[in-house]
Design a protein around this ligand. Structure first.
Ligand SMILES: Nc1nc2c(ncn2[C@@H]2O[C@H](COP(=O)(O)OP(=O)(O)OP(=O)(O)O)[C@@H](O)[C@H]2O)c(=O)[nH]1
Length: 387
């Protein structure tokens, strides 16, 4: 590495880091919806300036590389941490962002520190490592949210930190000669270049994963109630049925349809109707167990797929029906009819389960509503308490 031409390496380093920064800014500019790209772009451009300042040693104005260059690099480390915070949906911490650069400036006011290269290397590495560890902590927190891209990001920042610590251990043994003559100097330049490229890719991958998640959420969730929509219900339902079929466990499907909902809208207004839908969805979810699949599959139609036999499903449906009938929404009571079908009758075919449950629901409606019905095991009709 020491045979590499240092000025060429410096030029390549500055150009690559600048290009990565510009690429980030361009990506941000196109949509202007991802602040993490803006932060990362500014961080890389400032890092390019910091690296150039840092390299200008032995020219008679050492304050530029020692004070300004290192302050810029420490500020960039704070920005790097902020990029990870913003990516994970957290706000920047402004005072902490500047703290590394400020501490460095204060330390440099102390002549004994300023004159001592070993102390400077030690302090710089410690401050840098703190910001890297903070960035890794943010990523670790977001590991469940961003499952695909978080691991490469953690690995990259972890390796970068490790490199800094190793550089410190070796550098303190070579404090007798200028930094440019240090055998580690070209390694430092190559590593910072690779890190700039790596962090640009990693941040782009994290942003892409977030956008994909946002689209998936919009395509699969019902904005009014926050639960899964028809598509989500069918997808999750198929998965649950496949699992139960393999394990030969019984499954049952409950189909709910709010009674006289058109009249609810007509009498109390559409927004009251919306509140009734939300209240039903919230109440129903309280009765469900982990692993049950619940979704809004139509305007005032909900479906639920549960582990269990027909009898279990009928008991659950009755609890849900009763709970809803006893609950006032905006001073009025409302009711729901339920059709139930189980894998004992329909097998593990979701379409068939839905058809049988729908037929049972149709019978429940025609029998007077506010009741649970299923093939062969219908629940007796219940009265509706008044508010
Ligand atoms: N407020 C509100 N109403 C909705 C929504 N989606 C569908 N609806 C209404 O739900 C009503 C459904 O009415 P119908 O299918 O005629 O059934 P119903 O009046 O409930 O009668 P039965 O089902 O026979 O008891 C329609 O008036 C739709 O406009 C929604 O998101 N919010």
């Amino acid at each position: 590495m020491s045979s590499l031409h240092i000025p060429s390496l410096l030029l390549a380093n500055g150009s690559v880091v600048t290009l990565c920064g510009l690429l980030m800014l361009f990506s941000w500019w196109r949509g202007r919806t991802q602040p993490a790209l803006l932060w990362n772009g500014c961080m890389l451009l400032l890092a390019a300036i910091g690296l150039v300042c840092n390299a200008l040693r032995g020219l008679g104005f050492d304050w530029l590389p020692i004070i300004v260059g290192n302050m810029l690099l420490l500020f960039c480390a704070g920005m790097n941490w902020t990029v990870m915070r913003v990516l994970c949906g957290r706000a920047p911490r402004w005072p902490w962002l500047f703290s590394g650069a400020l501490v460095w400036w204060l330390l440099c006011q102390w002549p004994a520190f300023y004159q001592n290269l070993s102390w400077r290397i030690l302090a710089h590495t410690l401050l840098m490592s703190c910001f890297m560890l903070l960035a890794m902590r943010e990523l670790w927190r977001a590991r469940r949210k961003l499952q695909v891209s978080v691991l490469p990001a953690l690995l990259l920042i972890g390796l970068h930190t490790l490199f800094y610590v190793m550089r410190m251990l070796i550098s303190v043994q070579h404090t007798d000669r200028p930094l440019q003559e240090n055998p580690l100097f070209p390694v430092l330049l190559v590593e910072s270049m690779l890190y700039a490229v790596g962090i640009a890719f990693v941040v782009l991958a994290m942003v892409k994963e977030q956008i994909e998640q946002r689209y998936r959420l919009a395509a699969y969730s019902d904005p009014l109630t926050g639960i899964g929509n028809r598509r989500a219900f069918l997808d999750s339902g198929e998965r649950l049925l496949g699992l139960c079929q393999r394990q030969q466990q019984p499954v049952a499907l409950l189909l709910f349809d709010l009674d006289h909902f058109k009249a609810v809208n007509d009498r109390f207004g559409h927004s009251s109707g919306d509140k009734v839908l939300q209240a039903f969805s919230q109440g129903a979810q309280l009765q469900l167990r982990r692993g049950d699949v619940f979704g809004r599959i139509g305007g005032e139609e909900f479906a639920c797929l549960i582990h269990g036999r027909l009898e279990d499903a009928l008991q659950l449906a009755e609890r849900m029906r009763q709970g809803f009938a006893e609950h006032c929404v905006e001073q009025h009571r409302h009711t729901v009819s339920v059709g139930v079908a189980a894998s004992d009758q329909a097998g593990y075919d979701l379409e068939r389960l839905l058809a049988l449950a729908d037929a049972a629901l149709y019978r429940a409606k025609h029998a007077g509503r506010n009741r649970v019905m299923a093939h062969g095991a219908d629940m007796p009709p219940q009265g509706v308490p008044s508010c």
